[in-house]
Design a protein around this ligand. Sequence first.
Ligand code: CU
Length: 512
Amino acid sequence: MELKSKLCLVVLVFSVLLAVSSGLDYKERDPGLRQCMHQCQHQEGYDEQQKQICEQRCDDYIKQKRQEERQRRRGGGDTSFVRYDENMEQYQGGQQHQQFDQNPYLFEDQDFDTIVETDQGRVQILQKFTEKSDLLRGIANFRIGALITKPHSFVAPHHFDADCVFFVFHGRPTISMVRGDKRESHNLERGDILRVPAGTPVYIINRDENEKLFVVKLLHPVNLPDQFEAFYEGGGENPQSFFKAFSPEVLEAAFKTERDELRRLFGQQRQGSIMKASREQIEKMSHSSRSSEGLWPFHGDQPSTPFSTSSKSGPFNLLRKRPSQSNRHGRLFEADSSDYKQLEELDLQISFANITRGSMIAPFFNSRATKISFVLDGEGFFEMACPHLASQESSQGGSQRQQRSSSPSYQNVRGDLRRGTVFIVPAGHPATAIASRNNNLQILCFEVNAKDNVRLPLTGKKNVVSQFEREAKELAFGVPGREVDRIFNKQDGEFFLEGPNNQQQGRIRSVV
Ligand code: CU
């Protein structure tokens, strides 16, 4: 019994460690940046402002270094994708799964920029999609990122020149928004989706005492297509309040206040934009979590009735909705504008897939939507068929023009998935995701161009091909229709299936 409880403790500690060590810790791991920051802090004779300028320079330098690194990666070297050989038995050149330097659809730790960092937390934003590849032009006006804070922290009031959609994965944030002359506060929890419209002043607390806050953000900038900025209402030196940009005489007139007093007001804050809040402050701000319009608690924890969306600006809980797909191999939760009206304007659908370890999603494609997927937990890999990369490769080869005009060829795009990885599946591209044998793979997906999108399964019970007429099957495949049926109708699973058998690890039954 004692041994058992010790074991539990070890497991608990380990899982806490895992939860705390997010995959997005590029900045913490960059020794150059750490050293540079350290030197700024300990430079003799530097006042606070000089230290900050010094740190900003470190940051700029690192960003530039990484930008150059990315350009080098984009420009140079061979394309390195795996491709099946003719008999579909092995990869050309062996099992080289790691060759993904050039994979334009996969983003990892080093592709995130830390735009805010304090003792209490950080904001990380993925590089522009088009910075990675022109093939991602279609989603150029979206950006993706994450807010990670410690327990009992406060994110200073700010607004973005971007529409923003939050998804809460860990922690219990209270998000307060100023809408016109009213303030709305919403106590959010795991699974909640909340849209924060562009230009809405917002501040956030993590009211959880123990758990880190982890919020995934999708941003849709409104000024420049692929760039957004934060504007801090409050603040002083750090974060710098935007009021400081105005001249003293203008501020004096605007506030009807002496400049000395203004200088004091806008000169105190130095803690950065994510700071520690006291228990009392957290309690006060959690208690105030009722919208002035009385919307709370009518948020989407009820089943989907026409009235569950009556909360115009409140959150919607994706994980409390009935899953649209569910079997022992996984569960899929989906929300579109009929669940959460706020998604309509952004033409967005949001889904959460929990793929059981050892299982996979049946290959499918989206008719119109491009899927931006953020891996929240677990590991595995994705595969996709892409004609763009195949044609790039053949045009580099130079002699494939005639062949290309008769029929396209498809590149196998494959990428390893783990916590913090982002991958893109463009519209029309057949793709699948497979969970490792060890852990469930949990993926949050933002599907843009969601309106009238249809998901078309390629295997399993409802696959596209089995709906063809027999003559069409025979003509298309050049084999008897029954042979086509035999193969396409064999898999009786649906959206989630048993994953590929891994020879090294043997066949392990998946567990729900
Ligand atoms: Cu493609």
